[in-house]
Design a protein around this ligand. Structure first.
Ligand code: DGT
Ligand code: CA
Ligand code: CA
Ligand code: ZN
Length: 583
């Protein structure tokens, strides 16, 4: 353990002691020690064998020495660990919110036993913070603002937010005479689950001359919603939008557009590997061109396809450019035929007005049919989700009948009767087996007790996977992007059990979930687990979110064969009863 990590733990301990209402002298002793250790020229680890030297550090007494010895020996501080167990690790994130100090956090904790960002935000929205002692409406407003800022400073944005922002900018630029091509590059083009900043590339006559470019910049900065200009140069303008997103717009000559697209799409580590390959082949690769090393003759620059071809590589789709084997595969012509949206024949996770959805069975079915789907499933919630008016056994059976009648009455699409049943804390399901048996498909999801230990959560999910009525696990890690972490469990064990039992994993396409994530999807594929891509639509307009799922599937190298809802309807129905197609 280095000084920095030691100090970090001591600071956190001080904050947690304060939340715990301990006396100020004790709290101060932890903060003082942390400060002293941060400023120390030598490492504590080097002098820990000489207690006298450690005690000579101002701010460190006998009690603190024992703490330091424990940290050196065990790699942890039991007091810190105990406090975290008592208050939950999410407390630490709360402490990082500016203006939300230990005192306020303690107050909220003692009143509501809430310790996470999302929970506190909900309390504030419901007006439950203002009624606490020494609080008021103003504090509550400030708190909401602070949480919003925290998220913004954390500095990343959901894919759909970034995409919407980019579309507005592209539209604004396209309306300008002399602009020919406008393309977002960077992480947005790669379909990464969150986006840091937008990288937008522009080319056309308006980019080819200094005076023209300055005029174009004048046009750009009239963009509605632009908050501040960060940098204004010859070939680039950077600005920040209301809401905090930063945008880099770059002006390019048409002849180097392909090289720039390649460079600014990234990822950085893909580019590093590609440049190394270029060097090995006697070329140099830059944002302007691929050129020969000896005489600088340009070999390729107009299009990305030209560049990859000149490097003897198959074209690498942007979603794969993360330097996780795509260059080797492109060289050997082994890149997979990635999933595309038209491969999907249905969307099988949807809610209706019967629980927390906004539309009827019929409205959802019509919308799915309009999208060209051959099948869909209604999967309302079960009773454990009381706030969503979840179904009990009796209502679930009645709902099956309603879905059946809608299916009878509707041409052109098969409506499956399903359920999204809660996986209870002990891994049992929220509805009777005799009811679940009657379903065409059963999605089992965790919606409560997220804070179980990894062992408990693993056992819970394994039990659900082993239930013969379960067809797939819904949003398998429960994460909410930029809001809530995945719950911890042994993913490998669960995937292996899923492969054995032929239980699929969902890729929940909703942009704040994207769950499983690309990395876990690839892991699932390697373990032989099939995927179902769903939107979890609560409204007919949500179905279009499916494309964010397709992007993540592509990033995970998935082909149509890896995804069950590419199957024709009868085969899909069998796959939901553990009869997967042979590879
Ligand atoms: P983000 O914005 O954090 O979501 O991620 P990116 O990938 O959009 O990263 P960004 O905006 O910093 O840069 C855009 C692309 O430009 C990046 O994917 C690759 C390229 N790039 C930026 N800096 C470098 C660099 O130092 N070396 C190389 N090879 N490429 C770079
Ligand atoms: Ca970027
Ligand atoms: Ca950037
Ligand atoms: Zn759902």
């Amino acid at each position: 353990m280095d000084n920095k990590s030691i100090a970090g733990i001591l600071y956190e301990t001080a904050d947690l002691l304060e939340i715990d209402g301990q006396d100020s002298f004790r709290i101060r002793s932890y903060r003082n020690a942390a400060e002293a250790i941060e400023g120390l020229p030598q490492q504590i680890s080097e002098i820990i064998g000489e207690p006298k030297q450690v005690l000579a550090v101002p701010g460190i007494g006998k009690g603190m020495l024992i703490n330091l010895q424990e940290m050196m020996k065990e790699g942890r501080l039991s007091l810190h660990a105990d406090l975290l167990k008592k208050y939950h690790p999410s407390m630490l994130q709360l402490l990082r919110v500016q203006g939300l100090g230990p005192k306020t956090i303690a107050l909220i904790w003692s009143a509501y036993k809430v310790s996470d960002l999302e929970g506190v935000e909900n309390l504030a929205r419901e007006g439950k913070i203002r009624i606490l002692p020494r609080m008021g409406e103003k504090h509550e407003k400030k708190l909401l603002k602070a949480i919003e800022d925290y998220r913004r400073i954390a500095g990343r944005f959901l894919l759909d937010v970034a995409e919407r922002q980019a579309e507005k900018i592209v539209e604004h630029l396209k309306g300008y005479e002399g602009v020919e091509k406008v393309t977002p590059a960077g992480s947005l083009r790669r379909g990464r689950e969150t986006v840091g900043d937008l990288d937008i590339l522009v080319t056309g006559p308006a980019c080819c001359d200094d005076a023209e470019r300055q005029k174009l910049i004048e046009h750009i900065i009239k963009l509605p919603g632009l908050m501040e200009i960060i940098a204004r140069g010859e070939n680039k303008v950077s600005f920040r939008m209301r809401g905090g997103m930063q945008v880099d717009v770059r002006f390019l000559a048409p002849e180097s557009f392909g090289a720039a697209m390649q460079y600014f799409t990234g990822s950085k580590s893909h580019n590093v590997s590609l440049r190394q390959r270029a060097l090995k082949l006697g070329y140099t690769l830059s944002e302007y061109s691929l050129a020969r090393l000896d005489d600088q003759t340009v070999v390729a620059s107009k299009s990305e396809e030209d560049i990859y071809a000149a490097l003897s590589l198959d074209y690498v789709p942007p979603e794969l450019r993360e330097n996780t084997g795509e260059i080797e595969s492109a060289e050997k012509h082994l890149l997979p035929r990635l999933l595309v949206q038209p491969d999907l024949q249905g969307d099988v996770h949807m809610h209706t007005v019967e629980t927390d959805g906004r539309n009827t069975i019929q409205e959802m079915a019509n919308a799915a049919r309009d999208r060209g789907y051959k099948y869909m499933a209604i999967t309302d919630h079960s009773k454990n989700l009381a706030f969503a008016n979840g179904l009990d056994d009796k209502r679930a059976v009645e709902h099956i009948a309603r879905i059946g009648s809608a299916n009878q009455a509707t041409d052109g699409i098969r409506i499956f009767a399903g359920i999204e049943v809660d996986i209870l804390a002990d891994g049992s399901l929220d509805l009777s087996d005799s009811v679940l048996e009657q379903m065409d498909l059963v999605i089992a999801s965790v919606h409560s007790h997220f804070d179980q230990s990894a062992e408990e959560m693993t056992a819970r999910l394994l039990k659900a996977v082993e239930n013969p009525n379960v067809s797939l696990i819904g949003h398998p890690t429960g994460r909410l992007l930029l809001r809530r972490d995945a719950y911890a469990y042994d993913m490998d064990a669960v995937l292996q059990a899923a492969a054995r039992n032929k239980v699929a994993m969902e890729l929940n396409a909703y942009p704040d979930r994207l769950d499983l994530c690309d990395r876990h999807l690839r892991m699932a594929k390697q373990r032989g687990v099939k995927i179902v891509i769903n939107t979890d639509s609560h409204h007919t307009t949500h179905m279009e979110k499916i494309r964010f799922g397709v992007l993540q599937a592509r990033r995970a190298w998935l082909t149509p064969g890896d995804v069950l809802n590419t199957l024709p309807v009868e085969q899909f129905a069998r796959a939901m009863k553990h009869e997967w197609p042979r590879p």
